[in-house]
Design a protein around this ligand. Sequence first.
Ligand code: GDP
Length: 312
Amino acid sequence: MQLREDIRNIAIIAHVDHGKTTLVDQLLRYSGTFRDNEHVDDRAMDSNDLERERGITILAKNTAIEYKDTHINIMDTPGHADFGGEVERIMKMVDGVLLVVDAYEGCMPQTRFVLKKALEQKLNPVVVLNKIDRPSARPQQVIDEVLDLFIELGADDSQLEFPVVYASALNGTSGNEPDEQEESMEAVFETIIENIPAPVDNSEDPLQFQITLLDYNEYLGRVGIGRIFRGSIKVGQQVSLMKKDGSVKNFRISKLFGFIGLKRIEIQEAKAGDIIALAGLEDINVGETVCPTDHPEALPILRIDEPTLQMT
Ligand code: GDP
């Protein structure tokens, strides 16, 4: 089986305030994915207000980080139970999760909620015990609590062997032991690359791309974000959209976007394992599959139970 060793697709999950945003900012900084003239003033994943203003409800954000020769797509997930459908959809497009837990607070309701979803999807978590700098941090106890929660939620044997990285996202330190912190995010990156599986490279098979999230751009209209499950895709390609009601619409891919840092960049082609955005058809919806016109085969329907529906 061929793998795309140059890619890792992960979701970041945590209880609110346990440090997801700070951690992603720090990973971006350390990797140098931001160029010199760019600032991380606006915190990486906090652009929901803007979206609400524009009447669009995408709650998840993706960030792409270049670390050494690996392109790591990090999908943010809403922690709140109202967005269970969105969390589930994101879990279906990644190969592993980064579970961030506050080293003082320990497991909280949203830790349980998102971890349960990840375990159900058979994903293997990497645990980041964050805020290790807090004087009241109690890393050993919290790791025991995390293990208990895994057991309670029915984790399988391989999930129970989760690797742990100890970090202070605030101070930019990480390490494999609570008291062996280095001023870098290297331990976090290395643990991700070592433990999260690379996507399968089945790019010779017929294209299947499922729209997992929707975005809106005033010039391009609706933009569908998702993962290429198999095959490859090119700008200008004629494709079919398998609608949820069973009908099929043909359209031409007008633009494709990849992600670097917090930005979208135009690309000409992409293949299995890549997380991309595509434009070209106004009438796209979450859960629909894009495939070759001569090989129409939809992926299983995704659960939707949130305000994205208002857009349709
Ligand atoms: P999110 O809700 O998970 O995205 O959490 P944020 O990244 O917004 O962090 C919540 C709060 O915790 C902020 O005030 C951060 O400055 C603080 N924080 C994040 N990481 C650390 C850390 O490693 N140590 C300490 N002491 N505080 C942190």
